[in-house]
Design a protein around this ligand. Structure first.
Ligand SMILES: Cc1cc2nc3c(=O)[nH]c(=O)nc-3n(C[C@H](O)[C@H](O)[C@H](O)COP(=O)(O)OP(=O)(O)OC[C@H]3O[C@@H](n4cnc5c(N)ncnc54)[C@H](O)[C@@H]3O)c2cc1C
Length: 538
């Protein structure tokens, strides 16, 4: 993973000349390259942990279980949100953990949390480190030091019950590794966030993550059946039961707890038979409003919903088609688009059906009929293949954009069908106005995805020329405007990116004072010294 950005450092630049000239015209780019500084130039304060304290941690984890090396601390200094990348590229992270620790088991985590609690050292659980909301920011919260607890060595598959279709894993296992192991048994979890290549399953559970196929497979909270939590004062063990009426849903209290209550050391999940067929295709709608209405009607017939549903608004459709004409998607969407020249403007939906051939054919025929009755025009398989091919490419593009002095940020929400169009324009309008006030108008685009019977998620992407030297202030102004617009329109501050540090100011408004007090009470029992991920969620 690039310490200053996303993914494999060997990945070539993704922005071609056509995209650059589009950006030059519509957004404005810097003609001067903006490369990241060299790793050695990233300045970190010396570790505040003395040798005696480090030895106590080594006594629990072994000599190779604790690191204070500069590159390791840098890698754990931030997540992968836009402000994280701006700071990292400049070599000026907000801070860094005083040490990084690598436990291997639940028992080691328990011992470590007890030791940190008595020494007043804060602990930030660190899975894939892909948080985009400041979830892994190394905040000490008034404690004497902070360690990042990297879960990568807790990556075992502990149990697979093929008869019940459940799997139990250690929290640090990465999503691709788990899918690889399940594939050997003809099974899948079906959890594919755009950050799939790097996320840990514990991190996904801790953030209530939603994969791109969540309309069909459900978001992670629908998959988690059992959990093991190691907390400084207690531990919680919940068996992978199919259902239970034994009191309030403790599993759901821990899913989304974002490392503030403890570390999810083990997670049990429902798995499904791997699909034998996948059909991915495009459909055009005359407008975003008409596409939303058609998908709302489809969601009312929930057995017909595709596993992936993604409807781009007019602006996003335009940009996707332009990008498809060059770069990694070359030659796929273009052909479909050329064949559909009759469509003037409009909005592209991607629909993905997975399952057995018979089941996919049944669902797809009926879903297509319904969508056609409500204005959909099938656009064939090319748009679907283009989307599949590029489904994990976005984060690489973001690195290139930053390299050209372009702010590239995403944010998301969810709302009921009755409010969705209102939310769509209120939030897009607030972002556009905030960008204009900064003197950097740019592009704001959105797609609907993660469809439920009662509503859906809206996911915004914004591109604007960076205000040089003012990048963080520019981002803060936009984030504030978007968060306030989301709150004022009665939508959720986050559908799947979680709360972390960046969304925490809006949480009390969403869950009310009593909700915050309940979460604080749980934290006080499990983590009385308040060492777990301070400054996040609450
Ligand atoms: C380019 C990009 C695309 C993304 N796309 C999606 C998407 O499609 N869907 C989506 O849901 N999210 C997406 N995200 C956000 C992010 O990937 C998710 O929040 C993911 O679930 C985080 O997993 P992780 O293992 O990287 O956790 P981390 O980033 O390491 O941690 C996230 C939070 O969980 C805590 N945590 C981590 N592991 C544990 C544990 N074992 N026990 C307790 N707490 C823990 C951390 O302290 C932190 O607060 C995206 C992020 C990026 C950068």
């Amino acid at each position: 993973m690039r310490w200053w950005g996303w993914g494999d450092p060997a990945q070539p630049p993704a922005l071609g000349p056509r995209a650059l000239s589009y950006l030059r015209e519509h957004v404005g780019i810097s003609e001067r390259p903006h490369p990241p500084v060299a790793l050695a130039r990233v300045g970190l304060a010396p570790s505040r942990l003395d040798e005696g304290q480090l030895d106590r941690l080594r006594a629990i984890l072994g000599p190779d279980g604790v690191s204070v090396e500069h590159p390791i601390r840098v890698l754990h200094a931030a997540g992968k949100g836009y402000p994280d990348l701006v700071r990292m590229r400049a070599g000026t992270p907000e801070g860094a953990p005083d040490a990084v620790v690598f436990p291997r088991s639940h028992e080691q985590v328990m011992a470590l949390l007890r030791a940190c609690s008595s020494a007043s050292v804060a602990v930030v659980p660190f899975g894939g480190g892909t948080s985009v909301v400041g979830g892994v920011a190394p905040l000490s919260g008034g404690h004497s030091a902070v360690v990042a607890l990297d879960t990568r060595r807790m990556a075992e598959l502990l149990a697979l019950d093929t008869r019940s279709r459940t799997v139990t894993v250690q929290g640090g296992i990465r999503a691709p590794a788990l899918e690889g192991k399940l594939a050997g048994h003809g099974l899948t979890l079906g959890h594919y966030p755009q950050s799939f290549e790097y996320v840990s399953i514990g991190g996904c559970a801790a953030t209530r993550s939603a994969g791109q196929a969540s309309t069909g497979y459900g978001a992670i909270e629908k998959m988690v059946l059992g959990l093991r939590l190691a907390a400084p004062a207690e531990e919680i063990s919940l068996e992978p039961l199919p259902a239970t009426a034994a009191g309030p849903g403790l599993r759901q209290l821990l899913v989304g707890s974002e490392g503030t209550l403890g570390v999810l050391t083990e997670v049990s999940l429902r798995v499904r038979r791997a699909p034998s067929t996948g059909v991915y295709e495009g459909m055009f709608f005359p407008s975003f409003a008409e596409g939303v209405e058609a998908i709302r009607r489809l969601a009312g017939e929930h057995t017909l919903l595709p596993d992936v549903v993604r409807l781009s608004d007019e602006r996003e459709t335009q940009l996707s088609l332009m990008l498809a004409e060059q770069g990694p998607l070359k030659g796929t969407l273009t052909r479909a688009y050329m064949g559909l020249r009759g469509v003037s403007g409009g909005c592209l939906a991607i629909l993905g059906f997975e399952g057995s051939e018979e089941e996919v054919s049944w669902r797809r025929t009926r879903a297509t009929e319904l969508l056609r009755r409500h204005g959909g025009r099938p656009a064939g398989g090319s748009p679907g293949h283009a989307w599949l091919k590029g489904r994990f490419a976005g984060p690489y593009l973001r690195d290139d954009l930053l390299g050209h002095g372009v702010m590239a940020e995403t944010l998301e929400t969810a709302a009921q069908w009755s409010k969705l169009l209102e939310v769509h324009s209120a939030v897009a309008g607030a972002i556009s106005r905030a960008l204009s006030r900064q003197g950097t108008p740019g592009i704001v685009m959105c797609h609907l995805s993660h469809v439920y019977e009662t509503g859906a998620s809206l996911y915004y992407t914004l591109l604007a020329r960076q205000r040089e030297g003012q990048e963080i202030a520019q981002w803060q102004a936009v984030k504030q405007a978007a968060g306030d617009a989301i709150r004022d329109s009665g939508a959720t501050i986050t559908h799947h990116h979680a709360v972390g540090r960046d969304h925490a100011p809006w949480l009390p408004g969403e869950i009310s004072g009593g909700g915050v007090a309940t979460l604080r009470a749980a934290k006080a029992e499990l983590d009385p010294a308040g060492i777990m991920n301070p400054g996040k969620l609450l």
